[in-house]
Design a binder for this molecule. Structure first.
Ligand code: HEC
Ligand code: HEC
Length: 163
């Protein structure tokens, strides 16, 4: 076998195991889905942007939607029918991987997941220590302070402006 053939086989093997492992690539595609459900955007996008469903797992969304009356210090409860519809949308589009907080518990926040903390670590991509505490941001949950397309579910590099 030539080195070239071997390299090709190794590359094919890597591609196939990436497919077989599931989750990863699928999730990356899901993260690019626009946030399109009208009821979800209306009801869950009034206080903050309607977060992309693919950034939390099914278990995480279930936990968030299951306790809307005590939602991060506010009452965000919904009529049962509306809650059920939103829940169905989130469950269908959720991340296929577990999303957990730093202690390994089901995450209630995107911003406490390992993915978020890695993607937004200080020192990378112009992010500096204290950037989330800037007056014009206030919290990492204010995605649209930096991601200008966040209200429409767009987080591409071309639409980021740091404060
Ligand atoms: C009445 C206002 C209000 C409504 C309506 C609301 N939220 Fe929130 N939400 C909040 C506040 C306040 C926070 C905490 C924000 C912060 O930490 O800066 C929050 C945070 C979140 C977070 C965690 C963000 C993070 O990663 O840190 C999620 C997930 C979330 N909301 C989902 C929802 C969903 C789903 C709905 C609709 C069913 C909804 N919210 C409706 C006020 C609201
Ligand atoms: C202080 C500014 C800031 C805030 C607030 C912020 N981000 Fe980001 N985000 C960035 C930067 C900078 C990057 C890195 C972009 C790069 O890879 O060059 C990034 C990367 C991302 C990416 C990957 C984009 C890609 O195509 O690689 C996603 C998805 C994302 N953020 C989602 C969110 C979500 C969801 C929130 C809110 C819960 C949020 N961000 C809050 C600045 C921010």
């Amino acid at each position: 076998m030539t080195t070239r053939t071997l390299t090709m086989l190794v590359a094919m093997g890597a591609a196939m195991s990436a497919l077989a492992s599931g989750g990863g690539d699928d999730d990356r595609d899901r993260r690019r889905d626009p946030v399109a459900d009208r009821i979800y955007v209306e009801e869950c996008g009034s206080c903050h942007v309607a977060y992309p469903p693919a950034l939390l797992s099914r278990a995480s969304w279930k936990a968030v939607v299951g306790r809307l009356a005590t939602h991060f210090g506010v009452d965000a409860s919904l009529e049962p029918a509306m809650g059920a519809e939103i829940n169905a949308y989130l469950q269908a589009r959720a991340s296929l991987r577990d999303t957990v907080d730093g202690d390994g518990r089901t995450a209630l926040r995107i911003t406490e997941t390992a993915w978020f903390r890695h993607e937004h670590r200080p020192g990378e991509h112009g992010l500096y220590r204290g950037v989330f505490e800037q007056a014009s941001v206030g919290s990492p949950a204010k995605c649209d302070a930096c991601h200008r397309g966040a209200a429409g579910g767009r987080y591409g590099e071309g639409e980021i402006r740091l404060p």
